[in-house]
Design a protein around this ligand. Sequence first.
Ligand code: SF4
Length: 223
Amino acid sequence: MASTTERKPLALPGEHKKVLLHSCCAPCSGEVMEAIQASGIDFTIFFYNPNIHPLKEYELRKQENIRFAEKFGIPFIDADYDRDNWFERAKGMENEPERGIRCTMCFDMRFERTALYAYEHGFPVITSSLGISRWKDMQQINDCGVRAASHYPDMLYWEYNWRKGGGSARMIEISKRENFYQQEYCGCVYSLRDTNRHRLEGGRERIQLGVKFYGDEDAAAED
Ligand code: SF4
């Protein structure tokens, strides 16, 4: 896994050697996966994102993540798509803005399942690719991760800032290199609604699922 920028070796908290990585999508987890693997840390990907709507978008994001994991031989756990449960928990929060209480619920739900799987399968540390996105509130994500891990004795949430040390740039670099599917909204039906509303107000088209891929614009510009 070569990159144009150097990474410093990473170490898990508590001198542990094994981590369960909650992954939200291939673009966000590409750099995280490469950084963990480059440090020789044993890890497994846990894909649990019942927030993603509709099913077509969920499958697109998941299959991209599976493709990348298989390429580098990383174990991939394909967890439930229990969207009824997600919608149940989101009731009353339909009109909350991004980074608000609906998102706290959404992170809590995903991390609770991640922590449960970690506990049942002997992972002492959990972490997530969610925080690498500049659209997200890293403190909000870390708080949810720590809360989920705190339900189990000795479990730790790894609060590493994946954006630093060139991580954000490598995230884009890897996404282009791998020609990852480029989602254009956070994930849930409410973020799709709000992003479309914003685009229409700005005179842009609605989002079309499954059509945009990292690197395609660069390739078109070179033609
Ligand atoms: S905007 Fe994103 S983080 Fe917030 S509830 Fe929707 S999918 Fe979850």
